[in-house]
Ligand binder design. Structure first.
Ligand SMILES: [Zn+2]
Ligand SMILES: [Zn+2]
Length: 251
């Protein structure tokens, strides 16, 4: 059962004037501003629109099934990538990651995809495109990565933690291939009861690799043979990858 009209009304009423001490070092605080049905090609979802009342950013939770008051809810964190998610850019594999996560959750009893508005690891769209431009003009991946900036993990977790708290999720099974990331959420009060590996089907994943041997050595190439910048917090593993290979593609 998804959120009922009554539950939606209660959540909206509670959140209308919500203001708390905030989560993490940036004291992030978000409010649920609106909730609506969202049937999608990946299954039935409800979309929960959040407003960050510190910096005005809008975040989204895509909720499948019953999650409010529930434990062990599957949760995937996805950072916004306009070029990948919306346009299907092949400079990254964000869209495949997003689709894999949504279709996985859509087939489960319940689950949440938190869509975090932190384009380009939180440095914003402009700076991400600047980094792309630098790479086009010969900067190597390491330099471009520096230009792209490093993700502020804590900020990411703070928004996610508050969103889960607002949705009254008691504990989560984090959809991640990087066990190190679990500690980040737990350190700010989210109970992580388990981990679900995110596995991408081989065909979809193959599109992004020129050769299997490159993939196995951990070099992630785009269709032009350039090494891609990692834009998401953790990478899905390809079906059939060994644990060692899966580890290599994580940061
Ligand atoms: Zn708050
Ligand atoms: Zn991307």
């Amino acid at each position: 059962m998804p959120l009922t009209h009554l539950q939606i009304k209660e959540l909206l009423d509670e959140n209308r004037f919500h203001d708390c001490n905030g989560v993490g070092k940036d004291k992030i605080c978000v409010r649920i501003a609106a909730i609506a049905e969202l049937p999608s090609r990946f299954g039935k979802f409800q979309v929960v629109a959040f407003w960050n009342n510190r910096d005005g950013k809008e975040h989204a939770a895509f909720v499948h099934g019953d999650v409010t008051g529930f434990s062990d809810v599957p949760v995937r964190l996805h950072s916004e990538c306009l070029t990948g998610d919306a346009i299907g850019s092949l400079r990254c594999d964000c869209r495949d990651q997003l689709e894999t996560a949504l279709s996985t959750i859509g087939k489960m009893e319940n689950g949440i995809l938190l869509y975090l508005r932190q384009e380009g690891r939180g440095i914003g769209f402009l700076n991400k495109i600047r980094a792309y431009g630098l790479q086009d003009h010969g900067l190597d991946t390491v330099e471009a990565n520096l230009a792209l900036g490093f993700r502020d993990d804590e900020r990411d977790y703070s928004v996610a933690a508050h969103m889960l708290h607002s949705l009254k999720v008691k504990s989560v099974r984090l959809m991640t291939n990087n066990p190190k990331k679990i500690g980040g959420l737990e350190s700010i009060g989210v109970k992580v009861s388990g981990r679900i590996p995110l596995i991408m089907p081989p065909n979809q994943y193959n599109r992004f690799y020129l050769e299997t041997k490159m993939e196995k050595s951990g070099h992630l190439l785009d269709t032009l043979g350039m090494e891609r910048l990692a834009e998401q917090i953790d990478r899905p593993v390809r079906e059939g990858m060994s644990p060692e290979q899966a580890e290599v593609i994580q940061d």
